[in-house]
Design a protein around this ligand. Structure first.
Ligand SMILES: [Zn+2]
Length: 201
């Protein structure tokens, strides 16, 4: 049986909280690392019994080094890396929706990014697939973050999936609804199926 091994990279963990939305009267504090873990576990479980056999960079509340994340993907001979994140804008809370980041010059990851975003639930859907070189210069650490993730996996094709903005009330409200993560997992699953189609030929 032919199998396809994708690497599901769960962003942050442990002391690396990722984006944090402070507690409000509506919700407790929301931490990106927890959303990434929940999404990653559900996404991995969704492939049970499938020819797609993912490997995860973490399955708990800890933060593997970039080298460890790369090693996990490499040792599993992963053909594609999907890195799960949630976004946060420090000043512009009106910015919303999912975004995908890819390494420039990789057409397959651009295709996968558009396919992923098109299948996202309408509350988070956009068509924002950015190449790392489209991002502003190295003095802006916030916007350089996706490039750091992409470069950590070196030659492996990577798509960074930012599922929404925790700084946006509407996105946060949707992501905190009980059915939202299942809907997001369905779209992430489709992105990996698309990767299997593109990279197994
Ligand atoms: Zn992140």
């Amino acid at each position: 049986m032919t199998t396809f091994v994708p690497c599901i990279d769960l962003g942050h963990g442990g002391a690396s909280l990722g984006a944090v939305r402070p507690a409000t009267s509506a919700w407790p504090e929301i931490r990106e690392k927890d959303i990434n873990l929940e999404l990653g576990r559900r996404l991995n479980a969704s492939f049970a019994g499938s020819e797609i056999v993912p490997v995860m960079t973490r399955d708990g509340d800890y933060d593997p080094s970039w080298a460890a994340r790369y090693r996990i993907a490499k040792e599993a001979e992963a053909r594609f890396v999907l890195s799960l994140h949630a976004n946060f804008h420090p000043t512009a809370s009106y910015i919303d929706g999912a975004e995908a980041y890819r390494y420039p010059g990789n057409d397959e990851t651009e295709t996968i990014g558009h396919r992923w975003l098109a299948s996202m639930p309408s509350e988070l859907r956009t068509d924002k697939v950015f190449a790392a070189t489209d991002l502003p210069g190295p003095d802006d650490d916030w916007l350089q973050r996706p490039r750091v993730i992409l470069e950590a996996f070196r030659e492996l094709p990577v798509l960074v999936a930012e599922v929404g903005y925790l700084s946006n009330d509407y996105d946060a409200g949707y992501l905190m609804s009980p059915w939202a993560l299942d809907a997001v997992v369905c779209s992430l699953r489709l992105a990996i199926v698309e990767a299997a189609r593109l990279y197994s030929r």
